[in-house]
Ligand binder design. Structure first.
Ligand SMILES: CC(C)(COP(=O)(O)OP(=O)(O)OC[C@H]1O[C@@H](n2cnc3c(N)ncnc32)[C@H](O)[C@@H]1OP(=O)(O)O)[C@@H](O)C(=O)NCCC(=O)NCCS
Length: 205
């Protein structure tokens, strides 16, 4: 699946169509630009849009297995931190996908030594399985050094994330205890892929 028109992404939030890469819309064309997907680096002004995305994605992903009370605690935790872990920071970079200006997907990565950590990979439930997650992964891969191993941590309550990462060459390398929210212990599967394999699966940078 390759539905992305690649280009340079800059964080100019008032001009998303001029600064991001266009992702084809559902009808397979670029058509009306207000209906087109845009992928670009995230910035602080995306805070509200990201919060809306996480509200919907957490409820759909974790609600059925962990319970909506845990989802509420996860969101409260996120709010208390000002979404800090999901926005660009000291060494983190974040990307968003927008549709008609609305944030519909996100991903965050940080390269630390030989490991590139990937997290915050969420696509709004209404827009999953049309290539948005893959477009985000490709965008993030463009930031990384060729020598890294890319790691993602996936909760057992998200088997579709396991399928998604597996499709892109990630394999299970271990398990870790994970605090989904304060006082709510869960297990995370650690999945990893070499940069070379990821790039091959994505069909080149
Ligand atoms: C995982 C996620 C980011 C993938 O994004 P996406 O835009 O749906 O992914 P793409 O459309 O690029 O790729 C789809 C592929 O991922 C896998 N996949 C995604 N959702 C799936 C599902 N519900 N069931 C089975 N496989 C699924 C499949 O391999 C699928 O390919 P297919 O449609 O040809 O079978 C998205 O499903 C999501 O946000 N899930 C909930 C949150 C989550 O678990 N995030 C990961 C946190 S670590």
């Amino acid at each position: 699946m390759n539905r992305v028109a690649r280009g340079n992404a800059y964080c100019v939030c008032t001009l998303p169509l001029a600064c991001g890469s266009l992702v084809q819309n559902r009808s397979g064309g670029y058509g009306n630009p207000m209906e087109a997907w845009v992928i670009r680096d995230a910035c602080q002004a995306d805070r509200g849009g990201l919060r809306g995305l996480y509200g919907a994605a957490f409820a759909a992903t974790y609600g059925p297995t962990l319970g909506q009370h845990v989802v509420a605690a996860m969101l409260a935790d996120l709010d208390a931190s000002g979404l800090r872990s999901m926005l660009p920071g000291k060494d983190e970079r974040a990307a968003v996908v927008t549709l008609a200006g609305q944030v519909a997907g996100s991903a965050v990565a940080a390269e630390r030594g030989r490991i590139a950590y990937l997290w915050g990979m969420y696509v709004h439930p209404a827009h999953q399985r049309v290539g948005v997650g893959t477009a985000l992964l490709r965008h993030v891969a463009g930031w990384l050094s060729s020598s890294v191993t890319v790691e993602a941590r996936v909760l057992a309550s998200s088997p579709w994330a396991v399928a998604f990462y597996g499709r892109h060459g990630f394999r299970e390398v271990g398990h870790e205890p994970f605090e989904a929210a304060p006082g709510c212990a869960a297990q995370a599967m650690v999945m990893a892929v070499s940069y070379a394999v990821l790039l091959e699966r994505l069909g080149g940078r």
